[in-house]
Structures are given as structure tokens and as C-alpha cells.
Design a protein around this ligand. Structure first.
Ligand SMILES: Cc1cc2nc3c(=O)[nH]c(=O)nc-3n(C[C@H](O)[C@H](O)[C@H](O)COP(=O)(O)O)c2cc1C
Length: 221
């Protein structure tokens, strides 16, 4: 492979793209889009978001030391972009985007009900880095759409139509896996068993979706 050298930028790709909700001490809510986010610890469960100090959300989150991460779906791509190009200082993004806000369970910040996954976080430390400050936060609890959980309690994020961000563009996350954790060293029998379970789960989901669609159509008649 012949490669060009690039300096001075983080080319890590693809990255998540999320909407972060917060509430300030006066009870005002805001939402903004964040791509510089990641999992940083398993126990305690922790993640990070990097925020430029000029953002309104920076003020809100520094005040309350809490925020909620909302995972957008393909349907919410336009909303995700909008919340990343307009500030809450000039527009009420929550009402403009017609989001249904629900009260948090462990934190003061509300969450976006239209997003299938909402992660409630408590800020543990803030580290200034340069353009952005790194907010390290503990995950206190998460809300997960029950439609993403199968009979065995397994969460299927691949059923959620989530989106990702790559070099200025949004992409859908594919529904089919091309491998699974440890499959490179697993015994063939284990791989076959896992594949069979995945096939059953996806056909159960398809059946459920068909029933749902039929019920919807009947309702419309
Ligand atoms: C795809 C995308 C990703 C973004 N990621 C970040 C980020 O990681 N950190 C950040 O401070 N701003 C990020 N922004 C910019 C803010 O979301 C944007 O400035 C927003 O208007 C700030 O809103 P606020 O002033 O209401 O807080 C991103 C914008 C987009 C469109």
C-alpha cells in the first residue's frame, strides 16, 4: 500500500454521533450534537464527551455536572445535524425539532424519547485539552427501547437503525454483522451455534415486525 502522510488532525474513523441533552440550574433545557465521544471505562461504566467552551451546552453541563446522551436513528439524521449547526442561544432546538422530552431517572437532564437509547451521565472530571475540554462522566443508567431486546435479554443495537459519522458525513449502521467478539479464535461449533441464534433472533424480529405492520394497517382501515 502506498500512503500519504497527514499531520495535525485526528483521522480516527468512523465515530459515533450523538445528541446530548442538558438542563441548567434555572431549569432550561438544551440539546447539541457531539461526535467527539467514546467509552473510556467498563467498571465503573464511563464515557467521555469533548466540548468547546463557547457552546451553550458547555455552560449548562458545567453548571449541573450532568448530561444525557441520546443515540439518533437514521430517521433523526436531519435533527442530529440541525442540533449541531444551531446554538440554543438563538433557537429553542427542542421545540423546533418537536422532540418529546422525558424526565431523567438519575440525573436532572431530560432525554429525547424518539431516540431508542438514552444514557444518563454524571460528570466526574473536566480536563482542558486545547480547543475542547474533555468531560469524563460515569454512566448512572440507560434507557433502552424494549423493541431492541430479544427473548433472552440480549440487546440488538443493530435493530435500531443507528447512524455513525465519518469525515463530515452521516452513514447508516449496517444491520448484519460480519463477525463477533472472539470469533477469530472460537471453535467452529460455537460459531455455528451463534449464527443459528442470530438467525432465529432476526426471523423472530421479522415476524414481529410483520404482525406490527398488519395491526397498523388494520387500525388505518
Ligand atoms: C456532526 C457534528 C458533530 C459535532 N461534534 C461536536 C463535539 O464533539 N464537540 C463540540 O463541542 N461541538 C460539536 N459539534 C458542534 C456543536 O454541536 C454546535 O456548535 C452546536 O450548535 C452547539 O450548540 P449549543 O450552543 O446549543 O450548545 C458538532 C456538530 C456536528 C454537526
Amino acid at each position: 500500500m502506498s500512503k500519504n502522510i497527514f499531520k495535525g488532525s485526528v483521522v480516527l474513523n468512523p465515530v459515533p454521533v450523538v445528541m446530548v441533552t442538558s438542563r441548567n440550574n434555572e431549569g432550561k433545557d438544551n440539546v447539541f450534537t457531539v461526535a467527539w465521544t467514546g467509552t473510556v471505562c467498563t467498571k465503573p461504566p464511563m464515557l467521555s464527551i469533548s466540548i468547546r467552551p463557547e457552546r451553550l451546552s458547555y455552560e449548562y453541563i458545567k453548571e449541573s455536572m450532568e448530561f444525557t446522551i441520546n443515540l439518533p436513528t437514521r430517521k433523526l439524521t436531519r435533527e442530529t445535524d440541525f442540533c449541531g449547526v444551531r446554538s440554543g442561544r438563538v433557537v429553542d432546538k427542542i421545540s423546533e425539532m418537536k422532540f418529546t422530552m422525558k424526565e431523567g431517572k438519575e440525573v436532572s437532564s431530560p432525554y429525547i424519547d424518539e431516540c431508542p437509547v438514552n444514557i444518563e451521565c454524571k460528570v466526574k472530571s473536566i480536563i482542558p485539552l486545547g480547543t475542547h475540554d474533555l468531560f469524563l462522566a460515569e454512566v448512572l443508567c440507560s434507557h433502552i427501547d424494549e423493541k431492541l431486546i430479544d427473548e433472552n435479554g440480549k440487546i440488538h443495537f443493530e435493530w435500531a437503525n443507528l447512524i455513525t459519522y465519518s469525515h463530515g458525513e452521516y452513514f447508516p449502521v449496517p444491520k448484519t454483522a460480519i463477525g463477533s467478539f472472539g470469533y477469530s479464535v472460537a471453535k467452529q461449533a460455537t460459531i455455528e451455534r451463534k449464527k443459528a441464534i442470530a438467525k432465529t433472533n432476526s426471523s423472530t424480529k421479522k415476524k414481529k415486525d410483520k404482525i406490527k405492520e398488519k395491526t397498523k394497517k388494520k387500525g388505518r382501515k
